[in-house]
Write a protein that binds this ligand. Structure first.
Ligand code: GLN
Length: 506
């Protein structure tokens, strides 16, 4: 898929657009309309969106224009810049499906806190983006509404679960997007689509109105094409929310200031650890080569880079795939055919229990059912200690590995994914291969730490984007942005996105 012409409004990043809107050089309405036109022109081939809300987005944009025309200060640094919202955050004016048939056409009676903050910041919502059902998956192929395709090569997946948001950014259908990251669903799609995505510290972005996958791991976060744009969005959505009991009552780290400081391109005094366990010869050679080049770039920027070992990370995947399904089996019990969405067999001849079973059988896809069964098993009496209890212990040990590493380094790095985007259909029948794709990202979720993926280049063998993952201790999200912004400048942001590779041109 070719990027838009350089002069097109959709070719700009969010910060640049905001600047022009706020100086009234261009209207928010024009910017929003340009993105709606782009969606109209390209999304048939990609299927990044499940729902497009053109009229509401234009109305929100006109409201921003009217306020600016009246001489008011912009409501936020991103006022007037449109956004694509992952379809797992509730919205009162658009359906919220979480990629599942069980919630087809479901309308929420309330906005999620993230939705409400975006609206209050004057950010027009273009629509809702495609995702793996209830955020379970690594390719967006588990969506009940059909897969999303990778704009760099439409025979490949855009990653998952937030493949719709990442594809929307990479194809210039939106300059900003929101994702959620339970085991990598923001960072991994960002990596394989050549975009930026950040999973903030657990508890800093409200989960109120975010349809739960695994509550102790889920975290909403910002996605964009540049580090600064991502930081600007991060500050819009983060912050304490009394309606989320796990929300942290502390100021949000100053990620915008950190991104600006990083853009100076000097990492003198920063110590970076390469996680030995997350750089394996089993990874795609082009991913390793691109990662090693990134290490050299960081060294050239003045950082001290050394290898560190986190031995328990090799068990993180097993622990994650017990903890996540356990929480899923509990969270998804609420879809009982009575309270939300689909109801099958309610014809007076079936008991309530039968209606529930028929609805869940028809409404949930195979991956969701698989996880409900694994989780129910792991939590059942007699197995709890051996599976769920054991996994919790591993989780603690993973956090200890991180703590030990952060005693001697400021941030940790790894490739974001072991390979570039794989072909559609390649892993759908092999759940284990699909799970292994999140090997590098999920240790951070177990620890509740922040992490970010920034484009690192393209793998020589297939021309597909490769992501550099940067990880930091809890509440040190600003470190991610400083390092990522310096790296982005050093690599040349212009080359990062919109670069048309041999395989990218269709
Ligand atoms: N791919 C991982 C999973 O299937 C991560 C999902 C996510 O982060 N939501 O669980």
């Amino acid at each position: 898929m070719l990027p838009p012409d350089e002069g097109d409004l959709t070719a700009s990043g969010a910060a640049a657009l905001a600047d022009r809107i706020h100086r009234r050089e261009v209207s928010a309405e024009e910017v929003t309309r340009a993105h709606l036109d782009r969606i109209e022109a390209v999304d048939e081939r990609l299927h990044a969106f499940l729902h497009v809300a053109g009229d509401a987005a234009l109305a929100a944009a006109r409201q921003v224009d009217a306020e600016l025309a009246a001489g008011e200060e912009p409501r936020s640094p991103l006022a007037g810049v449109p956004l694509a919202l992952k379809d797992v955050f509730t919205t009162t004016d658009m359906p919220t499906t979480a990629g599942s048939k069980i919630l087809e056409n479901w309308m929420s009676p309330y906005d999620s806190t993230v939705t409400a903050r975006l609206r209050a910041a004057g950010i027009p919502l273009l629509g809702k983006t495609n995702m793996d059902e209830f955020a379970m998956g690594s390719s967006t192929e588990n969506s009940a509404y059909g897969p999303t395709r990778n704009p760099w090569d439409t025979t490949r997946v855009p990653g998952g679960s937030g493949g719709g948001s990442a594809a929307a950014l990479a194809s210039y259908q939106a300059p900003l997007a929101i994702g959620t990251d339970t085991g990598g669903s923001i960072r991994q799609p960002a990596a394989v689509t050549g975009t930026v995505g950040c999973k903030p510290t657990y508890g800093t972005v409200s989960r109120y109105g975010l349809i739960a996958c695994a509550s102790s791991l889920d975290q909403g976060g910002p996605c964009a094409r540049t580090v600064l744009d991502t930081a600007l969005l991060h500050e819009v959505i983060a912050g304490h929310d009394p309606r989320d009991s796990t929300s942290i009552k502390a100021p949000v780290p100053s990620v915008v200031a950190a991104a600006r400081a990083g853009a100076v391109g000097d990492l003198t005094g920063v110590t970076i650890g390469v996680v030995r366990e997350l750089r394996s010869d089993a990874y795609q050679p082009g991913v390793i080569a691109t990662f090693d080049a990134a290490v050299k770039t960081l060294t050239d920027l003045g950082a001290t880079v050394k290898e560190v070992s986190c031995p328990v990370f090799t068990d993180a995947l097993s622990a994650y795939y017990l903890i996540l399904p356990s929480e899923v089996s509990s969270n998804l019990a609420r879809f009982d055919a009575m309270r939300y969405g689909l109801r099958v067999g309610d014809d007076g001849t079936h008991s309530a229990e039968e209606v529930m079973a028929m609805t869940r059988a028809a409404g949930f896809g195979p991956e969701v059912k698989r996880r409900i069964m694994i989780g129910t098993y792991a939590l059942s009496a007699g197995y709890y200690d051996a599976y769920y209890g054991q996994a919790l212990k591993v989780r603690t040990l993973v956090a200890r590995d991180f703590d030990a590493a952060y005693e001697s380094v400021d941030v940790l790095i790894s490739p974001t994914t072991p390979s570039t985007a794989f072909a559609l259909g390649e892993k759908v029948d092999d759940p284990m291969a699909m799970y292994l794709y999140d090997l590098c990202t999920l240790p951070t979720n177990l620890a509740g730490h922040p992490a970010l993926s920034v484009p690192a280049g393209h793998a020589p063998e297939d021309g597909m984007p490769v992501g550099l993952q940067i990880m930091a201790p809890a509440m040190a999200d600003d470190r991610l942005y400083r390092v990522a912004a310096a790296f982005e400048v050093a690599r040349g942001a212009a080359e990062t996105v919109g670069a048309v590779t041999g395989s990218g041109v269709q």
